[in-house]
Design a protein around this ligand. Structure first.
Ligand SMILES: C[S@@+](CC[C@H](N)C(=O)[O-])C[C@H]1O[C@@H](n2cnc3c(N)ncnc32)[C@H](O)[C@@H]1O
Length: 283
């Protein structure tokens, strides 16, 4: 199967009866790993909240800058949780540009995302330095154990732990703060943990109903999303030292550190992206 083309068929285990958030995100980014059912949901969401497409790109650019920031600070190995369907600016590609010996393990719970990552790595990866796991990031100990067992990452050296645009897909009843705390505990000292997260903190009261309708649509489609207030997201960093400028709107974070074309367009009104993000360093 040619994974780079739209196809009426899909890999085994892929549910084409329901839209999927990973594939909708791929659609927003202009990728090809999405099907009609995903595009219908994506179009409806974009009709309700037009900024959503640009927001996805701004988030993807943030991911690239985060990876660069980690490498600039000596971190050469990454654990990318909720890595998504491979698309422009994949973590291992950004990292390889700066350090051809860099390492990366991708983790996602969505079959299409994992299948695409496998094909990409088989073709263009290096099995000694890159791997993908089909797993639920909430199973912290299993994910960590499996990621380390592959032999790609060295658990004694600082890790770049990436949770970019994923935590808002976890039900708060799943004790998200506790999940993140367990990852913080497992990381070696000097590691960097990056988070980007959707928030409706900045949405004007007149627009809130529209945004809430989009959140409700995510829920109705079987892909619930849970925007959070900024203080809740700040708590995820625990006692980690936040890299300047802290937890900020994505267009305010290190614009010079790498890709930021879409981000610059949004920089005049940074809160319009409805995403905050930052990096914390483990003491
Ligand atoms: C919006 S995409 C983000 C992709 C990438 N991190 C980025 O920012 O460009 C969210 C991804 O998180 C994945 N995801 C959601 N819940 C997850 C979970 N519990 N465990 C692992 N992956 C999860 C989805 O399948 C999807 O691929």
């Amino acid at each position: 199967m040619n994974w780079t083309q739209h196809s009426a068929s899909a890999p085994e285990g892929v549910d084409l009866d329901h839209p999927n958030a990973a594939r909708v995100y791929d659609y927003f980014l202009g990728g090809t790993a999405n099907w009609a059912i995903d595009r219908v949901l994506g179009d409806k969401l974009a009709e309700m909240v037009p900024i959503i497409r640009a927001g996805a790109r701004v988030n993807r650019e943030f991911l690239g800058r985060v990876v660069r920031n980690c490498l600039e600070n000596g971190i050469t190995q990454f654990l990318d949780l909720g890595s998504g369907v491979p698309t422009v600016g994949n973590v291992h590609e950004v990292a390889d540009e700066m350090d051809p010996d860099s390492r990366c393990v991708y983790v996602d719970c969505e079959a299409v995302a994992v299948a695409h990552a496998r094909v990409l790595l088989e073709r263009h990866g290096d099995e000694e330095r890159h791997a993908v796991l089909h797993a639920d990031l909430r199973d912290v100990r299993q994910v960590w154990k499996a990621a380390m067992k592959i032999g790609v990452l060295d658990p004694t050296k600082p890790v770049g732990l990436l949770m970019v645009s994923v935590l808002h897909f976890l039900d708060p009843q799943d004790q998200v703060a506790e999940v993140v705390r367990q990852y913080r505990d497992l990381l070696p000292s000097g590691s960097r943990m990056a988070i980007s997260h959707c928030t409706l903190d900045s949405v004007q009261p007149d627009d809130l109903a529209q945004f809430q309708a989009a959140v409700d649509l995510y829920h109705a489609s079987g892909n619930p999303a849970y925007p959070q207030d900024r203080p809740v997201i700040r708590e995820y960093f625990g006692d980690f030292d936040l890299v300047e400028p802290g937890l900020v709107w994505l267009p305010e974070w290190h614009l010079d550190a790498g890709p930021s074309q879409q981000t610059r367009k949004m920089a005049k009104n940074p809160s319009s992206c409805c995403f905050v993000g930052g990096i914390g360093v483990k003491p």
